[in-house]
Design a protein around this ligand. Structure first.
Ligand code: NAP
Length: 532
């Protein structure tokens, strides 16, 4: 199939970003198509269906702010939204705003090439079609390219293999099975307690321990929910301009100014409240190691309180990076799960996994037999999904070549040499360090405003200037350098993917400051862009 369909805009991906992008483009009377690999909308939440999958951001705030009617009519049921509830919400959004006829499902974009003479993109899909578009928006998500380590013998294992990020739609019944889980990041920490309830025997393979705090999930407090609904507009405004994309302020003093008793009381209060706001209990936790150590010690003590076996408790304590420099995890009964008779923890830092066998998994010093192995081994984050598409820009330059030494963008939204191509929540944007939905809305609104500006003026080409991109990359690095983030081998740095260049990818200056910068660029007639 090789049609000559033409659109103003091709959007890649139908998650939170792609759905809102399509809505905005339609408001501008532009023709747009969304190509989506899955057979439904939802993006990240469509794929991550593992047991226990739930968002760490509270329901009322993990939602679109663009429609006051939508936020009034939708009813969340729990403090934190479960994966199925987020899927219901996004399907409701697709129906409510009549978006479905603009989305082509089960269609993966394989390549995009820019034609300099025509200022048009040719976008190819796995259905064998190539369409033309003035603009391409990559709404491909930050955590959507799952990573299975290249273990020897992957094919030889006779049992079932799963990755948390591409979970079977019909679910998996672990009842009575011997299960191995590799990985103890946010996905593993949510899945492990649920799998433990069903499996005959669960063995968790941990390379790096995570700092995890209790979620304290519960049915949504109806009184509080009513108050939020009554005040939604001002809460949204606060969120839009805050550092985190949430309508809460963190602590206002240094952890080191407080006495040990005051600190303990403050951390206890946050621990009781639940959720990751404990990471912002003081102003200096992410910039001062000594301050950060006070929180690390508090969480270590909490692990001791929850885990009966002292050796297991010791293994579960992260020792080699500051709190929050790898994303803090939010759990329900994670640590207590290790008190169960059917659960054991194996340290694969001291004896790494060497591969899979027909019967199970081999480490350097033992072999374990399983009926099922779950990879909770994460993602090729932020750049993986962009680079899966073979993108060639002006002069036939490949994005894979341009980013060989790490991603370079202007504002995380645009890439020099790749005119009329925009990314939502790209490397260089605050996205993953903030409430994703608030960040996504800012990106989508900025991109659609920019496209409207070009259309109104009859401009056919917008391209980030190399010097503007260089300045932005330097700024992103400078801000990261003021924090402790570089002290962890995190996916923020690409450190989880062997061979990936180590560059701190998100913008750590906060969503509010980022929004102000993007607004300033727009009001200076898109300073840093060559428009023609
Ligand atoms: P992740 O944080 O990257 O964790 C992957 C885990 O797999 C790590 O423990 C890692 O160990 C381990 N691993 C990878 N390769 C390994 C190997 N060869 N041998 C042994 N262990 C290996 O991935 P994730 O848990 O999927 O989470 C990714 C991000 O998605 C989160 O940080 C969060 O932003 C988002 N997320 C959010 C939620 C939520 O909102 N509730 C839930 C899930 C995910 P090392 O640390 O040693 O590399």
């Amino acid at each position: 199939m090789n049609t000559t369909r033409e659109f103003d805009v091709v959007v890649v991906g139908a998650g939170f970003s792609g759905l809102y992008m399509l809505h905005r483009l339609r408001e501008l009377n532009l023709s747009a198509v969304v190509f989506e690999k899955g057979d439904g909308v939802g993006g990240t939440w469509y794929w991550n269906r593992y047991p226990g999958a739930r968002c760490d951001v509270e329901s009322p705030h993990y939602s679109y702010a663009f429609s006051p009617e939508l936020e009034q009519e939708w009813e969340w049921t729990e403090r934190y939204p479960s994966q199925p509830e987020i899927m219901s919400y996004l399907n409701h959004v697709a129906d409510r705003f009549g978006l479905r006829d603009g989305i082509e499902l089960e269609t993966e974009v394989t390549a995009a090439a820019f034609d300099d003479a025509a200022n048009r993109w040719s976008v190819s899909t796995d259905r064998g079609e190539t369409v033309k578009a003035k603009y391409v928006v990559m709404a491909t998500g930050c955590l959507s390219t799952g990573r299975v380590p290249e273990f020897d013998g992957l094919e030889s294992f006779a049992g079932e293999i799963y990755h948390t990020g591409s979970w079977p739609h019909q679910g998996v019944d672990f009842t009575g099975k011997r299960v191995g889980v590799i990985g103890t990041g946010s996905s593993g920490i949510q899945a492990i307690p649920e799998i433990a309830k069903k499996a005959k025997q669960l063995t968790v393979f941990q390379r790096t321990a995570s700092f995890s705090v209790p979620a304290r999930n519960a049915p949504l407090d109806q009184k509080e929910w009513k108050e939020i609904k009554a005040d939604y507009r001002s809460l949204r405004e606060l969120a839009r301009h805050s550092a985190t994309g949430l309508p809460f302020t963190g602590g206002t003093t240094s952890a080191l100014e407080a006495t040990p008793e005051e600190r303990k009381a403050n951390y206890e209060a946050h621990w009781g409240l639940g959720g990751f706001r404990i990471g912002a209990a003081y102003t200096d936790l992410i910039v001062n190691k000594q301050a950060n150590d006070t929180l690390a010690e508090f969480i270590h003590a909490k692990i001791d309180e929850q885990v009966k076996d002292p050796e297991t408790a010791e293994l579960l304590k992260p020792r080699d990076y500051p709190v929050s420099t790898k994303r803090i995890c939010v759990d329900t009964d994670y640590y207590a799960t290790y008190n169960r008779d059917n659960v054991s923890l194996v340290d694969v830092r001291s004896a790494p996994v060497v591969g899979l066998s027909e019967r199970g998994l081999k480490t350097e010093d033992a072999e374990y037999e399983f009926d099922a192995i779950v990879f909770a081994t994460g993602f090729d984050a932020m750049t993986g999904s962009m680079l899966k598409v073979d993108i060639t820009g002006s002069g036939g330059v490949s994005l894979r070549d341009k980013w060989a030494a790490g991603p370079r963008t202007y504002l995380g939204l645009s890439i020099s040499g790749f005119p009329n191509l925009f990314s939502v929540a790209g490397a260089g944007s605050p996205s993953v360090l903030t409430n994703m939905v608030t960040a996504i809305e800012q990106h989508v609104e900025w991109i659609s405003d920019h496209i409207a500006y070009l259309q109104e003026r009859g401009l056919s080409r917008s391209e980030a200037l190399p010097e503007a991109e260089d300045r932005w990359v330097d700024h992103v690095n400078e801000i990261a350098g003021m924090t402790l983030f570089n002290q962890a081998n995190s996916w923020y740095l690409g450190a989880n993917v062997p061979g990936k260049t180590r560059v701190f990818m998100p913008y750590a200056g906060g969503l509010g400051a980022y929004r102000a910068k993007c607004d300033e660029v727009a009001s200076a007639d898109y300073e840093g862009f060559a428009l023609s």
